[in-house]
Ligand binder design. Structure first.
Ligand code: GLV
Length: 330
């Protein structure tokens, strides 16, 4: 019997690729950059399965270009705002993602960004490299204490809760705002619920974002929200770039209306080197690497491969974002 045909849109860790190679006729896009749109549209034609990344837009046009034999779309990410899930569901195609395995690694990064911003780590390192370190100074690069400060978590899903556990170790007071979730799901950490985002923004010394990108969260942190924050507050974003309005953030940072932003994700992404946010000393940007540890990326690749292979066999995906496709089946 012919092996199913699959396309993998970038070189992923070998642990995942090996599983796919054993069972499929696989083509892996060799570029460092994502396949251009037209190439992707061409390559998906006649495929049985697609393993894609958050940099690939999977929409109705792409699904139709693939054809009715397409059995599964497996996204190697926990977030899936790059996939038009409704379009996949309408075509009976299950979509997989990789929740859970990247929770702790992403929370580590959120906390690393929080600490780097609070204690001005990157500015300090740049200062030394620039040969400016001539003496110990009582007023050099003063930052903010993390221990004992108030952390505001916007979103209390898996990653938000993992950040809360880290913050508890620093004896932070932890507020959260999440209309879809309650603290019962964050065992052994004391959390203070906020009735509104505004309440959280007004009280928090550190605001860390842990929401998916949806129509509801697009520009959740815009000019109005930023105006509610303390002038000493630090904003950390490891969720999705468009949750924050970049122009409004630039203005708030430039005018000192908030103290600092530390961003793993940006809008646009990638952020061009000449972007105005990068002219600000109080904005730290890293290139969407929150889940980028050797072990976690391997786990994500394996999980994405397992979703893909289950879909190809016509079995339920171990992690499916649109389980309603199964209900719709006769
Ligand atoms: C990364 O951003 C992911 O969603 O896995």
């Amino acid at each position: 019997m012919d092996k199913p045909k699959v396309f993998v849109t970038r070189l992923i860790p070998e642990g995942g690729l090996e599983l796919i190679r054993r069972a499929c006729e696989v083509e892996v896009w060799p570029g460092e950059l994502p396949p251009p749109r037209q190439v992707l549209l061409d390559r998906v034609r006649g495929l049985d399965g697609l393993l894609c990344l958050l940099t690939d837009r999977v929409d109705a046009e792409l699904l139709d270009a693939a054809g009715p034999q397409l059995k599964v779309v497996s996204n190697m990410a926990v977030g899936y705002d790059n996939v038009d899930v409704a379009a996949a569901t309408a075509r009976g195609i299950p979509v997989g993602n990789t929740p859970g395995v990247l929770t702790e690694t992403t929370a580590d990064m959120a906390f690393a960004l929080l600490m780097a911003a609070a204690r001005r780590i990157v500015e300090g390192a740049d200062y030394v490299r620039a040969g400016k370190w001539h003496t110990w100074s009582p007023t050099l690069l003063l930052g903010y204490d993390v221990h004992g400060a108030t952390l505001g978590l916007v979103g209390l899903g898996r990653i938000g809760r993992a950040v809360a556990r880290r913050a508890a170790g620093f004896e932070m007071r932890i507020l959260y705002f999440d209309p879809y979730c309650d603290a019962g799901q964050a065992p052994f950490v004391d959390l203070v619920p906020c009735c509104s985002l505004d309440d959280l923004l007004a009280e928090a010394d550190f605001v860390s974002l842990h929401v998916p990108l949806t129509a509801e969260t697009y520009h959740l942190i815009g000019a109005e929200a930023l105006a509610k924050m303390k002038p000493t507050a630090v904003l950390v974003n490891t969720s999705r770039g468009p949750v924050v309005d970049s122009d409004a953030l630039y203005e708030a940072l430039k005018e000192g209306r908030i103290a600092y932003a530390a961003l793993d994700v940006t809008d646009p992404e990638p952020l061009p080197a000449d972007h105005k946010l990068l002219t600000l000393p109080n904005c730290l940007v890293v290139p969407h690497i929150a889940s980028a540890s050797h072990a976690t990326r391997t786990r994500m690749a394996i999980m994405a491969a397992e979703n893909l292979l289950a879909g190809l066999r016509g079995e339920r995906l171990p992690n499916c974002v649109n389980p309603e496709v199964y209900a719709a089946r006769p």
